[in-house]
Write a protein that binds this ligand. Structure first.
Ligand code: PA5
Length: 443
């Protein structure tokens, strides 16, 4: 539920400003639904709640037999996995005893930092490790580099059988990885052609590892479906939380608030902010539009960033995500030491409640300082509600993109960066870009 949306100091966003967008947001919604129905490129994520999960579950079962699984991918081919694992697996998951964990250890190879990659592969028994190589395009440099290296290492260890330890998740038809899967016969899953990287967490990209790790992916997808059905039913601006949030975001951006702070409360949602940052930044930062996503974490950032958010420039719209039901974890009723008497206000209180009290206190402090805040409440951190939250934010992001009249599903800026990397690494066909880089950096 959207608990409250506060308006912001001397450049307020008022009810009538939101009402004025009513027709536009309704039209944007129609466009999204129509193109989704036709499975137009970029719009396919809207159909993911209705996908057949049987193949992904089957692959998940196979993966769960390994001692460890390592997902190789970057951006939309990794961040959703990180977010799901952090939200839905127990804390310190990899450190748990295998009998408690009951599923493989889970690692991601995202950044091509040799220190990380080498120390990870050194600590794994490669014959008992599955590598899941995820890339929609099939040729992203960081992913390709990690893949080549892991493939070579596994080949050295188990020879011809290496392909039994690899799963490829990529475009159904195109790209180098699809060719590789075909030629080696290693297992593979499709990323639907119409689903782009940062909107792919509810496809095989996010769900294969989630399923292997014991996360209930049917409930995740069910949560997304319930959210979708809820949004489709609410055809009035003030009843549709996605429409409302899209309008509020657009209006604050127009009012000069060019940063979108995402501040969930609770460690399990820390990577939700990370996932959101890519979704928001890469979808909306175009043609001079967009607001810069800022990751924050409650309560830690109360003691780091809150001062700036409250009394610094009025250039942010701050979203706080609170969770209604958390494990309580009661503090001691009484502590028999006089020196601690001033702490008696904490005796018998629940840590879980403390986080929510802090979320509301932060929201209040920001409102008092005249800063705009969106306060969202989810019932609990579980598959159902994470699925719903993911779908909700994908929906809101796409709508904001349409309201800004930009394409929320492409990423030309990212692609240019990729072309420069290819050219500097000597990939055939990209020679012309070397000159451009040399112009900026010298030969
Ligand atoms: O959202 C996107 O499309 C990008 O951020 C991609 O996810 C990222 O660049 C990785 O691309 P790929 O999956 O093709 O390797």
């Amino acid at each position: 539920s959207v608990g409250a949306a506060f308006v912001g100091g001397d450049r307020p966003v008022l009810r009538e400003n939101i009402d004025d967008l009513s027709k536009m947001v309704e039209e944007a919604d129609v466009l999204l639904r129509e193109k989704g129905r036709d499975d137009v490129e970029g719009f396919g994520w809207i159909n993911l709640p209705y996908q057949d999960l049987s193949e992904t579950i089957k692959i998940g079962r196979w993966l769960s037999g390994f001692e460890a699984i390592v997902q190789i991918g970057i951006g939309g081919s990794a961040l959703g996995n990180r977010m799901l694992a952090k939200a839905l697996l127990p804390p310190f998951y990899n450190e748990l005893d295998a009998s408690v964990r009951k599923a493989p250890k889970f690692y991601l190879l995202e950044n091509p930092d040799p220190k990380t990659a080498v120390s990870l592969l050194d600590r794994l028994d490669l014959s008992k490790t599955a590598f899941i190589v995820v890339s929609k395009s099939g040729s992203t440099t960081e992913t390709a580099a990690h893949f080549l290296w892991a493939w070579q290492k596994v080949r050295e260890k188990i020879g011809e059988r290496a392909s039994d330890n690899f799963l490829i998740i990529t475009d159904p038809r195109k790209g180098i990885l699809r060719k590789f899967a075909k030629s080696t016969g290693c297992r593979s899953l499709n990323i639907p052609e119409s689903v782009g990287g940062r909107y792919s967490v509810l496809s095989s990209v996010g769900l294969a590892t989630a399923s292997a790790l014991g996360i209930n992916i049917e409930k995740l997808v069910q949560g997304a479906k319930e959210m979708d059905q809820r949004l489709v039913l609410r055809s009035h601006l003030w009843e549709n939380p996605a429409w409302l949030l899209a309008c509020i975001n657009l209006l604050h951006a127009k009012a000069g608030r060019n940063m979108a702070v995402m501040m969930p409360y609770g460690d399990d949602l820390a990577d939700f902010a990370e996932w959101f940052a890519q979704l928001w930044g890469e979808s909306l930062g175009k043609e001079g539009y967009g607001t810069t996503p800022v990751r924050a974490l409650g309560a830690i950032d109360q003691h780091s960033q809150l001062q700036l958010y409250a009394e610094g420039p009025d250039d942010k719209l701050i979203t706080i995500i609170d969770v209604k039901n958390r494990p309580l974890f009661l503090l001691p009723d009484v502590v028999d030491i006089d020196a601690l008497k001033d702490l008696e206000f904490l005796y018998g209180k629940a840590l879980g409640d403390l986080l929510s009290i802090e979320a509301r206190s932060t929201a209040s402090a920001l409102v008092k300082a005249g800063k705009p805040v969106i306060y969202l409440n989810i019932p609990e951190v579980s598959e159902r509600y994470i699925g719903a939250l993911v779908f909700f934010y994908e929906y809101v992001t796409a709508l904001v993109g349409f309201l800004m009249k930009i394409n929320p599903f492409d990423q030309p800026g990212v692609e240019q960066g990729k072309r420069y990397i290819y050219s500097l690494m000597g990939r055939r066909g990209y020679e012309e870009y070397v000159k451009e880089v040399e112009e900026y950096f010298g030969a």
